[in-house]
Write a protein that binds this ligand. Structure first.
Ligand code: PHE
Length: 469
């Protein structure tokens, strides 16, 4: 049975690839992976957690986490996917069969699929906020408004379960539409245009932010570390966010890596994706914080930060309605390409395990995720006082929305990343790793050591410290 399934594996893989297509080039993979990585995490979450955690020192830890933990693990994830050549769960199983390891490792991929599902349920709600702001900007409602008036637009949106539900539904529908069709050239082509456009628009916004007179203060806030403001919880948040923003620990890079042609360098592509992802996050910070300081806003304002700062700028700059609309359209696209990558693993798994066709599996996964999203929506208004785990001091005052975010980003993702590092570093055969990476011996041994020792220990220490502290 086993032999026949492995023997079929190659053929099935070729069929899959013909059906869903190998990436047409290295660039296509980079763009798709970047499409997944660059999303709300960069433009919405990074600035607000940086604000909440005091700036510079947090940014420094975050950059270290990206370079020393995130990047090596991204390489490992892509490598596992390309070596296995199938959906993440099956790829891991085939590798364990080949390397005579414990088949229980495939549960690693199952946890990853669960994490992606949970994230999408609230990610879609935020994607909905971005969509609603497209309308707000396009109809000129931001023009000439004060900080308080802009703040009220946001508070009104969060206070309205009906609008939130409407936009959440539209966002999920868009994600399902693409996933149901299979991620084909549509996505590949869309990200080719959209990602560069987002980059250019962010640069323009940074240009505007330079005119506010507070650019220097923002640069100091982001890049001058003040370690007295860094908490151990902050370190965990930085680590969790490194995984979140690079889309790691959710088997997504495995799934995308399985379509990567063999002759493409995994290291170079992973570096390209990480650099672009980090670049977008830093640009977002440089666009946002000058406006925050210029208008006397609070950097630690939380999840509403970008919805209260950038709109102020759009309301004051020439052609602000146009730029504002464009910006939120691009933000929606960035969120959309990430949302698609979040739904894909579960859909693939349902197809493989339950034998559902793509349409049915997309509908089941999408609707379940949509339904769970309603809990996040309600926790922003009607249930805002409901803290299900409030009896633990660590979770005091955390709503369902906060808990989902905390549990996925700070627990499931680091855990998933840790497992990937151990699996690639300790379970897979070294020859296979060397063959897939095809790097110089020096570079390989650096990566191998970081993956085997540094990354797992760093994640475990931060993790355990936060549990007991
Ligand atoms: N990386 C995406 C972002 O920064 C979010 C995401 C997380 C997407 C996990 C896919 C998987 O917005």
């Amino acid at each position: 049975m086993n032999t026949s399934s492995s023997a079929n594996a190659k053929g099935a893989n070729n069929q899959d690839s013909a059906k869903r297509g190998m990436w047409s080039s290295r660039l296509a993979f980079i763009l798709a992976a970047t499409g997944s990585a660059v999303g709300l995490g960069n433009i919405w979450k990074f600035p607000y957690i940086t604000g909440e955690n005091g700036g510079g020192a947090f940014v420094l830890v975050y950059l270290l986490c990206i370079a020393a933990v995130g990047l090596p693990i991204m390489m490992a994830e892509v490598l596992i996917g390309r070596r296995g050549g199938h959906s993440p769960v099956k790829s891991v199983r085939l590798i364990t069969e080949h390397d005579r390891a414990n088949p229980a490792w495939r549960w690693m991929a199952a946890v990853a699929v669960l994490a992606a599902f949970l994230i999408l349920s609230f990610y879609s709600v935020i994607g909905g906020w971005a969509m609603s702001y497209v309308g707000t900007a396009a109809t000129g409602q931001l023009a000439g408004q004060s900080a308080d008036q802009i703040g009220a637009i946001f508070t009104d949106l969060l206070g309205s379960p009906v609008s939130l539900l409407l936009w959440h539904t539209v966002f999920m529908a868009l994600v399902m539409l693409v996933v149901a069709k299979g991620v084909r050239f549509g996505i590949e082509r869309a990200v080719t245009i959209l990602m560069p456009a987002l980059f250019v628009l962010l640069l323009l916004l940074v240009g505007y932010a330079m005119t506010t007179g507070f650019f220097g203060q923002a640069v100091a806030f982001l890049f001058q570390p003040d370690f007295s403001k860094l908490t151990t919880a902050g370190v965990l948040i930085a680590l969790g966010h490194a995984f979140f923003t690079l889309s790691l620990g959710m088997a997504i890079m495995m799934a995308y890596g399985s379509y990567l042609p063999k002759n493409v360098s995994i290291a170079k592509t992973s570096i390209a994706v990480s650099v672009m992802d980090t670049g977008v996050a830093l640009l977002a910070g440089l666009a946002i914080f000058p406006i925050v300081f210029a208008n006397g806003l609070e950097p630690g304002a939380g999840p509403g930060l970008i919805f209260q700062t950038l709109p102020l700028a759009f309301g004051q700059m020439p052609m602000g309605s146009l730029f504002g609309t464009l910006f939120f359209v691009l933000l929606v696209f960035a969120a959309w390409t990430s949302g698609i990558s979040l739904l894909e693993p579960l859909v693939e798994w349902l197809e493989e395990r339950k034998g559902m066709n793509r349409m049915v599996s997309t509908l089941s996964a999408g609707i379940a995720c949509w339904a769970l999203g309603i809990a996040s929506i309600l926790s922003l208004n009607l249930w805002s006082g409901f803290a299900p785990l409030g009896m633990f001091s660590m979770f005091e005052g955390k709503t369902i929305f906060d808990l989902l975010d905390f549990f996925t980003a700070n627990i499931l993702l680091p855990l998933g990343g840790l497992l990937v590092a151990v699996f690639a570093g300790w379970i897979m055969s070294r020859e296979a790793l060397e063959r897939e990476l095809a790097m110089s011996p020096g570079a390989f041994s650096l990566w191998y050591r970081v993956l085997r020792y540094f990354a797992p220990v760093a994640v475990a220490v931060v993790f355990i410290y936060n549990l007991i502290a």
